[in-house]
Ligand binder design. Structure first.
Ligand code: TRP
Length: 345
């Protein structure tokens, strides 16, 4: 469903997650994160999860990087205004119930559903520097189904690339309901519009292309990246008329200062403005976007105890809901209720 349709529904439970695989960039901010802020402002119950086990499916050889990035991801979220008072922020592996439901779902998920998942096939082919022929990597979408179903989420905001995973989740929920009775709602995906921000080389902004402007970049780094931005290669001199169609600098004006973009475009075509001048004009504009985020991030990083507290409170709230769902499922299966008692946090 589209974002607008979603907003008109009531009684919503949202679950979304990101893998801790590196610092976030402007593409994340303009795509997924701005939506997080809208969701948390709505009366929906929001769970935003740091999917560290999902990161481990490909990073199992370097778990320390997953741990470090968990911290970085939380900082990025908080710095843009994701609010632990309005949403439950937690780390997947802090809530052991994810692993239990993953085991149960694994029992009833046909192998073919996992094997035919398009993301599985694509990543197997694209990522060649890691061995992804593992049981865990095949199980990636089933683990994601466990994440979603554990909170009986009604809506799952995701980018288009994640749609097959929400689809498998729905199929798994249906299959579980078919065997054990109506226990789980089928979640709907809410498609996050893909970000319009290009990378500095003109391709999609992505960490793996090395073309990203990070939310944590220093002022110098931002200036340097602006100077590297792709412009019309035929515009060899400042007064050569340019073709701004594929110019990254102009794309940024259009997003952040549409009022200035028209003049920039006209002057470029007429050979009245050079790329260096154009880039220098963009610098303060982009600085003003990143600077407040970076400053807030630095302040937050100075009090790690507070970050730990946010995550332990989040895990506790998440666990309450997750345990309730698991009891329901165990009951529907005719399983023994889980002995209560404090679970080590
Ligand atoms: N697979 C998602 C991604 O890479 C991250 C994720 C894990 C997720 N569990 C989720 C997203 C549950 C939505 C719901 O983007």
């Amino acid at each position: 469903m589209k974002f607008e349709e979603f907003m008109s529904e009531s009684q919503k439970v949202i679950l979304s997650g990101m893998r801790p695989s590196g610092k976030l960039h402007l593409g994340h901010w303009e795509g997924a994160l701005k939506n997080y802020l809208e969701f948390q402002a709505d009366d929906a119950r929001c769970y935003f999860m740091i999917a560290d086990w999902h990161a481990l499916t490909s990073e199992y050889a370097s778990p320390a990087s997953v741990r470090e990035n968990t911290h970085e991801l939380l900082l990025d979220w908080l710095a843009v205004g994701v609010d632990p008072k309005r949403a439950t922020l937690f780390v997947q592996s802090d809530v052991a119930e994810h692993s239990e439901l993953f085991v149960i779902l694994g029992m009833l998920t046909p192998l073919a559903w996992a094997e035919r998942c398009p993301t599985y096939k694509e990543q197997q082919q694209e990522i060649t520097d890691k061995d992804l022929s593992t049981y865990g990597f095949l199980g990636y979408p089933i683990l994601q189904a466990a994440d979603i179903l554990l909170y009986r989420a009604t809506h799952v905001p995701v980018g288009a690339d994640q749609l097959p995973h929400v689809e498998i989740t729905r199929e798994i929920a249906r299959r579980l309901n078919h065997f054990y009775g109506d226990v789980l709602p089928e979640p709907q995906s809410v498609i996050t519009p893909s970000s319009r921000v290009p990378g500095i080389d003109g391709r999609k902004m992505s960490k793996s292309y090395g073309n990203a402007i990070l939310l944590s970049d220093s002022a110098d780094e931002i200036n340097r990246k602006i100077m590297q931005m792709y412009t019309d290669p035929n515009k060899v001199r400042a007064n050569t008329p340019g073709n701004p169609e594929k110019c990254v600098v102009l794309a940024f004006y259009k997003i952040y200062r549409p009022d200035l973009a028209e003049t920039a475009e006209r002057e470029c075509r007429a050979g009245e403005r050079g790329c260096v001048v154009c880039k220098k004009g963009l610098a303060p504009i982009l600085q003003a976007v990143i600077e407040p985020i970076r400053t807030r991030r630095e302040q937050l990083a100075a009090t790690p105890e507070q970050l730990d507290k946010i995550l332990s409170d989040g895990a506790e709230a998440a666990r309450t809901c997750a345990q309730e769902t698991l009891q329901k499922i165990r009951q529907a299966m005719g399983w023994r209720p889980r002995p209560t008692g404090k679970q080590a946090a």
